[in-house]
Design a protein around this ligand. Structure first.
Ligand code: ATP
Length: 745
């Protein structure tokens, strides 16, 4: 960042803005014309040369008019998808000297007074690439190599850049310019104006959604954004260092640089909560990218969506890899309510198989097969066992009779049904069964709490976030629920035609989609837990995990199952961790990455919090987590966090603080409160024209507001998994103002 003398008069600024407006108008006009023309080309069936690349193209790729028209057509389409409220299509300009072979860094090796070289170039940088009819670039896509100097140039390594200009726009209208001078002095014809774009961006009001930072990406952030897509890229840094926003720009960069691979293979972004995905969902579309899938951890497995959190001690049981032993035993165990003895007449003979024989068969079959794919194997082994007890007549005749027996059909249906992975978890609502399967793995207290949490799920009709990874594990163990043959479904299909898809089909393990489920079934909370079909996990070409320090080992396995061919971007800060066993999570994460090469980028400037706010948070975390990664907060406001007393009887101090902050700041305000006060504070939610949210500390991960009221910090430490680390998260969410309310205890 350079210093930017604000010397220009209002007239000069107005002239500069008018000059930039003229160029922006030309870009929009060109896009409009190109869109029409490319539309005609496509209609005429002449678009043979159409390319799937969008944005800027390299010179050697220009093969003819078709390609250019098609490119512009795509650009115009993308432009149409950029919402009006996104800031301008063209946001940057570089005035640079073409140093050619003389292009050397650092600055002291540059030619003397290089900035006076008359051989100059102007480059405009934007959200997408636009060329005129002569193929001359009017705007270069920010992700193209030719745009990289916009982010990489510094006064120490100017790369030939004299002036970097950020254009502030409202839709197609340029409303301001902010310049950074990269050369030691500006030539006479180059005006330097504004206070620098970064500070302008950091001081402005935060909305309820994250914005892109495409105009103000800093050099060290750009390096992480443009790192190669292959392998594992880890982005670390303390609170507010731009890890999330950088990772999202990286997703857009990867789509640009290898569109076929990443758009075709899919890019998945996994974040901690649905509040987080809602918060970031506008960033990629504002960069013209709509194809990235955003999922919260409760939303990774198809058919299940949840944000409900377990109590920390239960989440700990469900998150450790040790829980796999419990799941394995449950998945291999007897289906509750299944017959434990086989009794049937086969070929006129009464056959009985005792429970220990059935158990033996089950174990043997499951040694080599996933349960849901093993019906035929189980039936075959049952026949063998029946023959072994019988042994009269011809074996072949007996086997044939066994195969055709309806009594055996009936038995198989209840002894070896298709099992939905969610049903196995439901079995474990039975504390005795949980004790049996969890013996030696967890203690009785842990198992009782586990079983109770499943009963809670049944009562509430919703899974918890930690359950989702267990269901995914069970799904991999059991295999997909096989749909019954159409032939076998006969009369059920008539029911389906009646629109009564539900329990009847589920009896066969068939698909039930939420939309098709009749209201009568929706009322049943247990049914709600089983709604929808769990299919094969989707695979992705790139997976980006935010707040990676919070993933439990089981969640790493869940995400890893979708990553067999994927490269990764991982974003995190250990000091903000909610998951306590970092070593176990680290091993599970390493397993998910496999042997892929890794690279790490460390971000160390806090762009979110005013320095006074971050200092407060730092003083809380450092005594307890001395190795916390402490960034440098760059912005001072002179306004220190306010500490005040909270009266627990009325909680009116919270309302008073919210009112005060609403006067003080223009934007959003969060009341971050432990669960114990949530119901009493709920009326504040939506206050002051929807500027206020009431939110629990865990759900604030990854989010930010203009101002926050942090309620009862000691109670936050008591309640939250991760204790003081979650308080640290809560204390680093405010950009401009913060109040901390403490009860007198
Ligand atoms: N180069 C930049 N220009 C403008 N704003 C930036 C820049 N880098 C980061 N920011 C802003 O700083 C804030 C924090 O960024 P972000 O949420 O990505 O940080 P983080 O490291 O993920 O934080 P945390 O770990 O605390 O959740 C956001 O408002 C983001 O837009």
């Amino acid at each position: 960042m350079s210093t930017t003398p604000s010397t220009a008069t209002t007239d000069v600024v107005a002239r500069e803005i008018a000059h930039e407006q003229a160029h922006v108008d030309r870009v929009y006009a060109e896009l409009g014309r190109a869109s029409e023309r490319a539309g005609l080309v496509a209609q005429d069936g002449l678009a043979r040369g159409r390319t799937d690349r969008t944005g800027d193209i390299r010179d050697e790729e220009i093969t003819g008019l078709f390609e250019r028209d098609a490119l512009m057509f795509h650009a115009a389409r993308r432009q149409a998808s950029l919402d009006q409220q996104y800031e301008g299509l063209v946001f940057g300009r570089l005035d640079l000297v073409d140093l050619g072979t003389r292009r050397v860094d650092p600055v002291d090796e540059l030619p003397d007074e290089w900035w006076l070289d008359p051989d100059r170039e102007v480059r405009y940088i934007g959200r997408l690439g636009v060329r005129d009819e002569e193929y001359e670039p009017l705007v270069i896509d920010w992700r193209a190599p030719a745009a990289s100097a916009f982010y990489q140039a510094t006064p120490v390594q100017p790369q030939g850049v004299i002036r970097r200009r950020v254009l502030r726009s409202s839709g197609p209208t340029v409303v301001g310019v902010e310049d950074d001078l990269m050369a030691p002095a500006a030539p006479d014809d180059i005006v330097i104006t504004g206070d620098g774009a970064l500070m302008a961006a950091l001081t402005r009001t935060r909305g309820s959604r994250m914005r892109d930072i495409v105009a103000t990406i800093q050099r060290h952030q750009d390096e992480a954004i443009r790192a190669p897509g292959r392998g594992v890229t880890e982005i670390t840094g303390g609170p507010g260092t731009g890890k999330t926003v950088v990772a999202l720009h990286r997703a857009a960069y990867l789509l640009y640089s290898e569109r076929r691979r990443y758009e075709g293979g899919g890019v998945l972004v996994v974040g901690p909560s649905s509040a987080y995905t809602a918060y970031i969902e506008r960033v990629l579309p504002s960069l013209g990218e709509e194809s990235v899938l955003l999922r919260s951890l409760g939303d990774v497995v198809d058919a299940i969506t949840t944000g409900r959190l377990d109590r920390p001690e239960v989440a700990a049981v469900k998150g450790t890899l040790r829980v796999r032993e419990l799941l394995k035993r449950a998945a291999r165990g007897r289906v509750p309510d299944a017959p434990d003895t086989f009794r049937a007449f086969v070929g006129g003979q009464a056959i009985t198989l005792a429970p220990n024989v059935l158990d033996g068969i089950r174990r043997k079959v499951l040694n080599g097969h996933a349960r849901n794919a093993a019906t035929a194997a189980a039936r075959g082994m049952l026949a063998e066992a029946a023959w072994a007890t019988h042994r009269t007549g011809e074996r072949g005749d007996f086997m044939e009779a066994f195969e055709e027996s309806m009594a055996v059909d009936d038995f198989m249906e209840s002894w070896w049904p298709q099992v939905d992975p969610r049903e196995v978890l439901l079995w474990l609502a039975d504390t005795d069964l949980a004790y049996r399967h969890g013996r030696g793995v967890f203690n009785d207290g842990e198992l009782a709490a586990f079983a109770e949490s499943i009963r809670d799920a049944i009562e509430l009709g919703s899974w918890s976030v930690a359950d989702v990874a267990l269901i995914d594990d069970l799904s991999a163990r059991l295999g997909l629920v096989q749909e019954a043959d159409a032939e076998d479904r006969g009369f059920y299909e008539i029911d389906e035609l009646d629109g009564r898809l539900g329990a009847e089909v589920r009896a066969l393990g068939g698909p039930v989609s939420a939309a098709d489920t009749p209201a009568a079934y929706r009322g049943d909370t247990r049914d709600a837990l089983l709604r929808g079909r769990i299919g094969q996990p989707d695979e992705y070409a790139h997976i980006l995990v935010d707040e990676a320090q919070d993933l439990s080992p089981m969640q790493w396995r869940m995400v890893g199952r979708r990553a067999e061919y994927a490269s990764w971007t991982i974003v995190g800060d250990a000091a903000q961790a909610a998951w306590s066993d970092a070593a176990e999570a680290g091993r599970a994460r390493d397993d998910a990455f496999g042997t892929q090469p890794r690279r790490t980028f460390h971000l160390d400037t806090n762009y979110r919090n005013a320095r006074e706010i971050f200092d407060y948070a730092r003083d809380v975390i450092l005594p307890l987590v001395p190795d916390a990664d402490i960034p440098n907060a760059v912005r001072e406001t002179g306004s220190h966090p306010r500490e005040a007393v909270l009266s627990l009887d009325t909680l009116t101090d919270v309302t008073a603080e919210v009112d005060r902050l609403a006067e003080d700041v223009a934007g959003s305000i969060a009341v971050i409160s432990p669960a114990r006060y949530a119901a009493r504070l709920a009326p504040l939610d939506g206050a002051h024209d929807n500027r206020v949210v009431v939110i629990d500390p865990m759900s604030t991960k990854g989010l930010e507001w203009d101002a926050t009221v942090v309620v009862d910090p000691d109670a936050i430490v008591d309640e939250a998994p991760g204790g003081v680390r979650i308080l640290y998260v809560a204390l680093t969410r405010a950009a401009h103002r913060m109040t901390v309310l403490r009860p007198v205890r």
